[in-house]
Design a protein around this ligand. Sequence first.
Ligand SMILES: [Zn+2]
Length: 113
Amino acid sequence: MNQDPDRACQSHADYIVDEANDYALAFVCSHVFDASKAVLLVARENNDLMCMCGEFHEDDETYHVIGAEDLIARDQTLSKIVELSNDMAAERAAIGEPWMHLSLTSDEPNSTT
Ligand SMILES: [Zn+2]
């Protein structure tokens, strides 16, 4: 019997299964922290999740760390966006508006899905 050594499983998934890190912590700006503004900008960098109001912040802006769960409890539309891949960001114009995803790296946009 001649066994083909290349007869390995050919199925390959291009997506990364992110062990849905059960709602990690999120860095938020003071506006999101005190709930005076909605989260309009979400980014994940170095696996840190950042949820910002999307507006300009002074250099002395104080960032807080809260559970992403708390953010989702406040705004259900965040439940998917916190699963953002590393080096990705998403922004929207307002709550209820579609998220626009962008890459934090300067790679070309994906041509395949
Ligand atoms: Zn802010």
